[in-house]
Design a protein around this ligand. Structure first.
Ligand SMILES: [Zn+2]
Length: 163
């Protein structure tokens, strides 16, 4: 079966962690990280460690290390959570309809490990008009020039080029 021409492609290996790998990844999480990533919690606003980070680099999934957002798409939304107007690669972030708490929202998850990241809203800035509202604890920042974490040993670092 061939993919539609407009479906996003990625050089990263998005096959999910096997049960043993997942167990090892989850064992590395703090209580707060596990609450958000695995149980769809939300961190308190204006508390996250990455809210005011303005360094150049890439924001990766805290659980599996997949890069999700680039620093230049981060913007100050005033909401108290790190906000981005576009994912690094649309193949890396999946959207899931979320009707919890009496609201209809679009939840975003890591495309590789399915961990909860946050929500996406249609009130962002140009050029996309989208606001990816993401929990700091769901992310791990990797500054320019530093190697990406590769907890699954996929060798994906090479796909980021000379960073
Ligand atoms: Zn992940």
């Amino acid at each position: 079966m061939t993919k539609p021409a407009d479906s996003p492609t990625t050089e990263f290996d998005l096959s999910p962690p096997d049960p043993a790998e997942r167990k090892a990844l989850e064992a590395d999480l703090s209580t707060e990280e596990a609450e958000v990533l695995l149980r769809h919690g939300t961190e308190a606003p204006f508390c996250g460690g990455l809210l005011d980070n303005k360094e150049d680099g890439v924001y990766c999934c805290r659980l599996c290390g997949l890069p999700l957002f680039r620093a230049h798409t981060k913007f100050e939304s005033g909401t108290g959570w790190p906000s981005f107007f576009a994912p690094m690669n649309e193949a890396h972030v999946v959207a899931v309809r979320d009707v919890s708490y009496g609201m209809v929202r679009i939840e975003t998850r890591c495309a590789r490990c399915d961990s909860h990241q946050g929500h996406v809203f249609p009130d962002g800035p140009r050029p996309t008009g989208l606001r990816y509202c993401i929990n700091s604890v769901s992310l791990e920042f990797v500054g320019d020039g530093q190697p990406l974490r590769d907890p699954l040993g996929r060798g994906d670092n090479a796909h980021m080029g000379a960073r």
